[in-house]
Design a binder for this molecule. Structure first.
Ligand code: GDP
Length: 477
């Protein structure tokens, strides 16, 4: 660094070490420039190569994104040659919604990485339920698929699918007659038909198709890592393989001003002054079949055994212990159900803790159940995820992508609560510390690209590890 050019450290912090680009109008998205005031500085600096790839992507998005000449020209050509491939100046991938907000965010991040790796422009099809949750991530452009685009009312039944294209390709061994628009389904399903998405033979075909329409709820980054070309690029962009979502998530997902108002005011009112913030995410996948008491017992045995929360002193009353209580720890409970926050709060209100700490319990919302196509509901979900990500210690529920978003944004290796369903007797651990902050990919390939079954994914790909919360899931490590 030249001494004649003083580095503005403040700007470097605000821009997360160069991850974010300067030039945005700060007032239109306050969270982008204020997040560093709420979250501990990340020890993980973005690599120069990642920064250069992001700046290059922004350039492509600015040139090819909505409201540009190249966008209009490319779209016209794509639409007019729907069933017989066209070479266009710009190529696109439109991300389509599936499942809850956490699933959606991890799959948008994966799709953004895919867009960077393949020089495509990422557009997201957001219905009303996601309006006003996030700021625009790309300078001087938009990532929202325009309402008037022919692909905004697109129907997957009228579009050639990736699966049929692969079948045809295999049958005819010909690369002629590729469509201009192709639908790819990478959504989780229990049947999980093999996708071969990461394989060279698929990517060779997909590269020639200017418009991909993707539906996914998965963090499929580990599958990209299985492709040698993508692998090399990803390794250069992310010398630390286990913080990919941490970077991509903080790059893409900035709370809108409305969301930021809720997040920052809640944080200031309840969490800012605590000596430690503990995030507790209690996700109940099937409320009808899971007794509330069993869940509460599990949460308590995890947090007390691991000394995340202190025991209460059953012999003393709060009033007689009051004088010694100096340290305040704040617990942020995120759950659809009110009882968990209430139970924990009343436990610590009735009795002092053996450690003398004061435990304050907050739960910003309790929506009762997961709701779909509901903007206000998603705003609460986003608020909860973001507040959890500002914790010092995080406890999440195994398998929950809602928790994955919080841990990734916050660079937190969470304590994973195990088995909220089923029989809780026996000696298994109530929770275990995860080894990384990356989301788990729940649906990895089951075959090598030549069709041979892949029996042991982890020994075939040394940088992948089995997820702690899902035996057949993998994550980068
Ligand atoms: P997952 O199902 O746990 O993997 O997470 P998703 O985010 O994909 O789907 C769950 C959805 O249920 C969320 O997006 C919310 O709509 C709702 N939800 C679940 N848990 C909570 C919570 O703790 N707080 C809020 N506000 N909503 C929640």
């Amino acid at each position: 660094v030249s001494t004649t050019e003083p580095v503005n450290l403040d700007d470097n912090d605000k821009l997360l070490g160069g991850l974010l680009t300067s030039g945005f109008d700060e007032a239109s998205c306050k969270s982008r420039m204020q997040s560093h005031l709420y979250r501990k500085a990340s020890p993980h600096k973005p690599s120069p190569y990642l920064i250069s790839k992001l700046r290059k992507y922004e350039e492509i998005h600015r040139r090819c994104g909505p409201n540009t000449r190249d966008y209009d020209k490319s779209m016209k050509k794509i639409v007019s040659s729907k069933n017989n491939g066209a070479a266009t100046k710009c190529k696109y991938i439109i991300w389509n919604t599936a499942n809850g907000l956490g699933n959606q965010m991890i799959s948008i991040a994966a799709t953004f990485l895919y867009a960077i790796l393949t020089d495509r422009v990422l557009l997201v099809k957001f219905n009303k339920d996601k309006h006003g949750l996030f700021c625009e991530p790309f300078l001087n452009s938009t990532w929202i698929l325009p309402q008037k685009s022919p692909f905004s009312s697109w129907n997957e039944h009228n579009t050639e699918t990736y699966q049929t294209m692969l079948d045809k390709d295999r049958a005819s061994n010909s690369k002629k007659g590729l469509p201009s628009v192709l639908f790819i389904n990478l959504q989780f399903s229990f049947e999980n038909p093999e996708k071969y998405f990461h394989c060279d033979h698929s990517q060779d075909l997909l590269r020639k198709i200017p418009m991909l329409i993707l539906r996914s709820d998965q963090y499929y980054v580990p599958s990209m890592f299985m492709n040698p070309f993508f692998n090399l690029e990803i390794a250069n962009m992310f010398p630390e393989r286990d913080i990919i979502f941490h970077h991509l998530g903080r790059y893409l997902f900035h709370p809108s001003n409305d969301a930021w108002e809720l997040i920052s005011s809640y944080y200031q009112a309840h969490l800012a002054s605590a000596s430690e913030r503990i995030g507790l995410q209690i996700r109940v996948f099937n409320a009808a079949t899971t007794p509330k008491q069993a869940i509460m017992n599990l949460v308590l045995s995890c947090t007390l055994q691991q000394k995340i929360l202190p025991e209460v002193d059953l012999k003393t009353s709060v009033s007689s212990a009051g004088k010694n209580m100096t340290t305040v720890k704040a617990v942020l409970v995120a759950s659809l159900h009110k009882e968990y926050g209430d139970n924990l709060r009343s436990m610590y209100l009735k009795k002092p803790t053996v450690s003398g700490e004061v435990i304050e319990v907050y739960q910003p919302s309790h929506e009762g159940k997961q709701k779909f196509n509901d903007n206000g509901h998603n705003l609460k979900a986003w608020t909860d995820m973001y507040l959890l990500s500002l914790s010092d210690v995080l406890v999440t529920t195994s398998l929950s992508t809602f928790g994955y978003v919080a841990q990734g944004l916050g660079n937190l290796k969470p304590w994973l609560l195990y088995r909220l369903v089923g029989n809780h007797s026996g000696d298994f651990p109530r929770c275990e510390r995860d080894f990384s902050t990356e989301p788990c990919f729940h649906m990895p390939p089951k075959h090598y690209c030549n069709g041979e079954p892949m029996n042991d994914i982890v020994s075939s790909f040394p940088n992948l590890r089995e997820c702690k919360d899902l035996r057949f899931g993998v994550k980068l490590a």
